[in-house]
Design a protein around this ligand. Structure first.
Ligand SMILES: [Zn+2]
Length: 332
């Protein structure tokens, strides 16, 4: 994804959210923008955060969503190593996704396609879980599961976290039967191969949106909820300005009702991501993403995007918000 910094509005000053030991405080002005990609100096003296799911709330507090299971999905993905599109490691992840989804009883459609990229034609695969409903409408959820093409980049948060959340959501939702169908998309090829642009990025979501549009299915999609970079130990989500306002409001008000207004904040940011592929085809879409490099994700697109940066609690909170948002959408 790409952060449009010129549109970034930060209104908050210093806000402390939840117990500091769990999610920390937002501090501002203590790091120059240029230092964002460097490890903070305090890492040299502070003990490394643990690679555990110890902060996972019990599933009964998060609508059944199991933060520990989601965390284990992040660990598993990272164990395959860097997973850029077309890599053998991504084939291993594809096998894992398929076997997990099958074990939950999900019906999964696979779309294998070739994508023309600046580094040549790459084989890619989208997966679409389809849970039937009573009425023709569809609620679509989605994530990208590929990682950035970069040495030693394992994408625990960027690619790993949202994919883990969608797997856990699939486990919970596949046995259910609602008013509307729920589809869960796993996109290949979100990352740019050379430099982010409209043609070098979002290969998988562009492919899926085009296919669904050709089959007349985009008209059936009432809402597309995208997750990306949702696992930070210091996660906060700003309203993404290009997303469909009514859908952003639905998700953020749902989060507030669940007590997460300190995490789903009312600040505004602008991010280019997989939701664009669906917005362009008039599908109401919202992106839930934490791309605040200054405060929350200093490791973004660096080899420091590792499992120790991930909080099972953040995964569970996002999972809970998605589950409740789907419930809301099922009543509309
Ligand atoms: Zn990325």
């Amino acid at each position: 994804m790409f952060l449009s910094t010129k549109n970034l509005l930060r209104k908050g000053a210093v806000v402390c959210i939840l117990p500091a030991a769990l999610l920390g405080c937002k501090a501002s002005g203590n790091q120059s923008p240029g230092a964002a990609s460097q490890p903070p100096v305090m890492n040299a003296v502070a003990p490394a955060p643990p690679q555990t799911a110890d902060d996972a709330p019990p599933p009964e507090k998060t609508g059944g969503f199991d933060g520990k299971r989601a965390f284990a999905h992040v660990v598993k993905q990272v164990s395959f190593g860097p997973r850029p599109s077309g890599s053998q490691a991504l084939v291993h992840l594809q096998d894992y996704l398929q076997s997990e989804l099958k074990s939950y009883g999900c019906n999964v459609e696979t779309d294998s396609f070739g994508a023309d990229t600046p580094i040549g034609r790459l084989p890619m695969k989208n997966f679409l879980v389809k849970i039937p409903g009573e009425k023709p409408g569809v609620i679509l959820l989605g994530t990208h599961y590929d990682t950035l093409l970069k040495d030693n980049f394992v994408g625990a948060d960027d690619g790993g976290s949202s994919t883990a959340v969608m797997l856990e959501l699939a486990r919970l939702l596949c046995p259910q039967h609602g008013n509307y169908a729920v589809w869960i998309a796993f996109f290949d090829g979100e990352e740019a191969m050379k430099q982010w642009s409209d043609t070098d990025s979002r290969y998988g979501s562009r492919q899926m949106a085009a296919r669904l549009s050709a089959g007349g299915d985009t008209k059936r999609i009432h809402a597309f909820l995208l997750a990306d970079l949702v696992g930070s130990r210091n996660a906060h989500f700003m309203r993404e300005s290009t997303s469909t306002p009514a859908l952003t409001e639905l998700v953020w008000s749902t989060a507030a009702k669940l007590g997460y207004s300190g995490i789903f904040m009312n600040d505004v940011t602008s991010v280019e991501d997989d939701h664009d592929s669906f917005l362009k085809r008039n599908v109401p879409s919202v992106d839930v993403i934490d791309l605040d490099r200054e405060h929350d994700v200093p490791y973004w697109h660096t080899p420091q995007d590792t499992v120790d940066k991930i909080s099972a609690k953040s995964l569970a909170i996002v999972g809970h918000v998605f589950l409740e948002s789907v419930k809301q959408l099922q009543t509309q």
